[in-house]
Design a protein around this ligand. Structure first.
Ligand code: UDP
Length: 314
């Protein structure tokens, strides 16, 4: 049975990954300092094969026994979170990645870094393929996340080239699904509760900026295929189905049968105008492509938000 560490294991993506890996027969250790993660995300996973350790991975990580895989998913990940937690975001991307790589080296484990489409910044080419170097403002408010992840990619490649660690880098594009935090400030977990309460939907700017949203189950499947592959170059995982944020808000209103109207608010600084993954590499090398259509995934997400006691997340 492979033994696997997931940092950020109590977060949105981390918890879905833990669940998937348990189903694949792994013994899983989830590590999280619960800064933006939530223990409620992993309560249902408790078993002999699953262990949770509350820990800040910017500190030296000690784990007894063998580890086969290290998946580094710890980080604040929404623009609002990393605006409010700039130093922690930089530390977990830089120091945390260093510690997680050090653990992988000492255990001779395969290492997978959760990177992001944010490393492309406000892109000048469209769609974004892995060979594009990006267009990032290092000193803007999003720089703390973008540059931490760019450093994380660089140190991951250094451990691969210098220490010969088997490393993987997944560049994750906008992902949605159950267990997103309603107050994390991202578009979908903001719009769905607003629509369910018939409150105004807060679209930033004129809503013409685009994003391409991937359902979490598709994402996790792609990450797993990358983990067990022999690929060391970065791979985009995301859904190329691109839409404007206004279109997305209208879809949320329609699927929730809401009486909400759309209100337009100021666009945050450095908000990327367009984003769409080029997934040619994932298709070719991993035989992966997303299967869940946006309305299907959004319906499942809405159903989950309806069951939520938002008090847990305040
Ligand atoms: N957005 C919005 N209203 C909100 C939250 C976000 O219009 O209440 C916009 C945001 O400006 C961006 C897009 O939705 O253009 C996606 O934002 P999100 O925070 O989900 O992720 P990002 O792709 O910017 O990291």
């Amino acid at each position: 049975m492979p033994r696997t560490l997931v940092t950020g294991g109590a977060g949105f993506l981390g918890s879905h990954l833990c669940e998937y890996l348990l189903k694949k027969g792994h013994e899983v250790i989830a590590m999280d300092n619960l800064l933006t993660g939530n223990i409620a995300n992993i309560e249902h996973l408790q078993s002999e094969q699953f262990k949770f350790i509350k820990y800040d991975v910017t500190q030296y990580i000690y784990i007894a026994g063998e580890i086969d895989y290290v998946l580094h998913f710890a980080s604040p990940a929404s623009p609002l979170d990393y605006l409010q937690l700039p130093i922690q975001t930089l530390k977990v991307g830089a120091l945390g990645t260093h510690k997680a790589l050090g653990l992988a080296l000492s255990k001779k484990a395969t290492f997978l870094l959760a990177s992001t489409s944010e490393i492309y910044g406000d892109p000048l080419i469209h769609p974004q393929h892995e060979d594009y170097w990006g267009h990032v403002n290092p000193v803007g408010p999003r720089g703390v996340y973008d540059e931490a992840k760019r450093f994380a990619e660089a140190i991951t490649m250094a451990y691969h080239r210098y220490h010969h660690v088997d490393t993987k880098i997944v560049r994750i594009f906008n992902t949605y699904g159950p267990r997103m935090r309603p107050n994390d400030g991202r578009a979908i977990p903001t719009f769905v509760p607003q629509a369910l309460k018939n409150e105004p939907i807060t679209v930033f700017g004129d809503g013409s900026q685009t994003r391409s949203f991937c359902y979490v189950d598709d994402l996790v499947e792609g990450i797993y295929r990358l983990l067990v592959s022999d690929i060391n170059d970065p791979v985009n995982i995301g859904n190329p189905q691109e839409m404007t944020i206004k279109q997305m808000a209208e879809t949320v209103i329609r699927l929730t049968d809401s009486k909400s109207n759309i209100v337009f608010q100021d666009l945050p600084e450095d908000d990327p105008k367009i984003r769409q993954p080029d997934i040619t590499r994932a298709k070719k090398l991993l035989d992966w492509e997303p299967k869940v259509d946006f309305e299907e995934g959004l319906s499942k997400t809405i159903a989950w938000f309806k069951t939520l006691d938002t008090g847990n997340y305040a």
